[in-house]
Write a protein of this length. Sequence first.
Length: 296
Amino acid sequence: MPVIRLFSPAPSPGAAVLGELADSVTALLGLDRGHCWLWWQRLEPDSFHRPEWRDGSTAPAPVGFVVCKESYSKAQVRQLLRLLQERLGELLGVPREEVYLAVQRASEGELLVRDQVWSLDGNAGGTTLSGDDGRTDTDMNGDAITDLVPIAHVHNERRELIDDDWGQVASVIRLDAERFTTDALLSLDSFSHLEVVFHFHRVPLDKVQEGARHPRNNPQWPLAGIFAQRGKNRPNRIGVSRCRLVKTDGLDLHVVGLDAVDGTPVLDIKPYLRQFGPREEVVQPEWVDELMRNYY
């Protein structure tokens, strides 16, 4: 459970804003709401030395310190820092590059939360998208076979995990500015639709399903194996979606109809080519038509 302290000479933006920020953190890490604590400390004028806070030309961007378990991978910590930087910039109206953040990792046996001393043998919490070296998944020899590091994150107003009504949802897919320039998106705006590969980051590992279930747990629909449906509780928690590209703006992709909640890590973006669609008649069971009736 991350503990975040923010320092600034400005007054607190309020409990609602801080709560929204904390919810964004738990959504990113796949934690239950409430499993992120966040404090705002207002500094007196004679208690700090940061010259840009004194000139008064811009709103003061906060300095933050994050305490989290050492079991969080480097990729997760990087995502967490980027999320905090972007959300603080948006919520406070400050330049995100002026938001400074530092992380302190709590080692096994050094964190007491809810009357439990954290141990790696217990519930370390958080989802694992990649290992400490940025890699995930191993083959039979234990060697890494993927290098999944998010290239972007989704920003929209959908924060609840609701299965339907995605057709008019507007989202921004924001590429990682540390890794990419606008060259990565050159000519993408000549396509009308995208295929987006993303990580179901809010699905806890203990909720992953590997066998059969009734789609959406509806007993009126027949049992189907996890690979015979598109549910989010998949073994690798990877989603694939097609959406309409509205425009590109710098490193931002404005899209409509992407069925991914706010904060979703994006693994890949491809232009949709109609030649990749099925060349034969598409066949599917009747229950799928019923399930998808209100999806878009």
